[in-house]
Design a protein around this ligand. Structure first.
Ligand code: HEC
Ligand code: HEC
Length: 301
């Protein structure tokens, strides 16, 4: 071989090696994330990590909207419930529907609406149902700010990755029938101090029923979801002190009271399959212990 062809052969061999090396890592198994991510070591950034730039300003405004929702959005929210009334500790508390990593989980299929929805749609679900308010325009500054905060507490979580420690409210092991009479007695001794005897709360303590509370189409209006929230987070001063039966009794009592209606709720679960304790009728599902409904609301969708 001439020196030139030897060099060419060496270059060819080298580039072959380079190609082989580049191709070397095995493709990730289906369904796993291509990005390496150590979930056990991951923590959401702290409020003090919010940058001091225009992005940081938006994140801070978003956090303020989550904390002071009725005060900040009086045209949209008429309840005295704020995002952090349920998503406690700024959306970081593990037992209270954590919002950490949520930005990586959307868009996703939502059985209740029978379609794939964006994170803005999901925020608006809570606006119209949990806050019994009106939907924010998807391109509004307020929505962008809330999404900026949600992206911030999802920092470094790969797209499509569902954090195993995070999946809405922790399901209750057994579904127990709730007794409203026992619930009423327990409410008077352990809850009324903060949420008031008439359930109306006293800002910043949220209402549990009545015109300022969550609507009939909120997840919290379902016995099992409310029992989970209550058993893991309430009473605020001694979470974990109630038995599962106590939590179901309190959920039954709270959800037996009148609350705001939610327009078009009968269109939920359009392909059927509503959970058993949904308190209104949907396709193939009869209402479970429906409460009286207050205030005819204008369409919010
Ligand atoms: C009355 C309680 C309540 C209030 C108030 C509330 N939410 Fe929610 N939210 C829930 C519950 C419960 C779920 C989970 C539903 C489920 O899994 O059954 C949820 C789910 C979510 C999700 C999806 C979480 C995920 O992992 O898929 C987002 C995002 C969200 N809420 C944002 C908000 C924002 C923003 C606000 C304020 C505008 C708000 N929520 C107010 C109860 C509430
Ligand atoms: C020491 C005051 C206090 C006591 C006692 C208390 N709560 Fe709460 N509760 C709160 C506060 C404050 C929030 C809002 C969450 C936050 O700010 O961290 C809340 C939120 C809630 C929520 C979710 C928000 C909503 O509007 O639905 C439910 C449900 C609830 N409490 C039920 C109960 C029940 C049931 C009891 C009795 C076992 C109880 N609470 C006792 C202070 C209290």
């Amino acid at each position: 071989m001439s020196p030139i062809s030897t060099t060419l052969a060496a270059v060819a061999a080298a580039s072959l090696v380079a190609c082989t090396v580049e191709r070397a890592p095995a493709p990730p198994p289906p369904g796993s994330s291509a990005v390496s991510f150590d979930e056990a070591a991951w923590k959401p950034p702290a409020e003090s990590d919010i940058p001091n730039d225009s992005m940081g300003t938006s994140i801070r405004r978003g956090l303020a909207l989550l904390r002071f929702t009725p005060e900040s959005l009086p045209k949209y929210v008429h309840s005295n419930v704020r995002c952090t009334s349920c998503h406690e500790n700024d959306g970081l508390k593990a037992t209270a529907v954590p919002l950490t990593g949520v930005h990586a989980r959307f868009p996703k299929y939502n059985a209740r609406s029978g379609k794939v929805i964006t994170l803005a749609d999901r925020v608006n679900f809570c606006m119209t149902r949990s806050l019994a308010g009106a939907a924010l325009p998807a391109d509004s500054r307020e929505m962008n700010d809330m999404l900026a905060y949600l992206a911030f507490i999802s920092r470094d979580v790969p797209m499509g990755r569902k954090l195993s420690a995070v999946d809405g409210l922790i399901p209750m092991k057994d579904t127990l029938p709730g007794d409203t009479l026992r619930g009423r007695q327990l409410y008077a001794t352990t809850c009324a101090l903060c949420h008031q005897a008439d359930g109306a709360g006293k800002s910043p303590i949220p209402a549990l029923w009545g015109p300022q509370s969550y609507s009939i189409a909120a997840s919290m209006a379902r016995a099992e979801r409310a029992a989970s929230f209550i058993s893991h987070n309430m009473p605020q001063t001694a979470p974990g002190s109630l038995t599962p039966q106590n939590a179901f009794d309190l959920a039954a009592y709270i959800n037996s009271h009148p609350r705001p209606d939610s327009p078009l709720k009968e269109n939920d679960w359009p392909t059927g399959g509503a959970p058993r304790d949904v308190p209104y009728a949907t396709k193939g599902h009869a209402a479970f212990n429906p409460p009286a409904r207050l205030l005819p609301r204008v369409s919010t969708h």
